[in-house]
Design a protein. Sequence first.
Length: 113
Amino acid sequence: MNVHKILGNGFQEVIYQRALAIEMEEQSIVFKHEFEMPIFHKNTEIGTRRVDFLVEEVVSAELKAVIRLEEVHLAQALNYLEAYNLEIGLLLNFGAKNLEVKRLVNPRFRVKL
């Protein structure tokens, strides 16, 4: 990805967010940055959470700038998918030497055989 290729690792997450927004704008990708979405429990709104990027209204993209992704990061990104009722998400880690990309699928959307 151009952002990691150009900037490398070592910056704060917000720097990568800004750079990724520029890249998506240049490619005419429709997205919302820091989009605040409601969280529900039993059909009652109990709070909100900002997703780093909501892309094309269907994919969440959560950015990290850590040396190594941990289970808690994956759990967080999966929780967002479930809370937002989205099928697909990406977890992007710009903090590692090489860009890490994890594609996530909301378990509610998995086809049962």
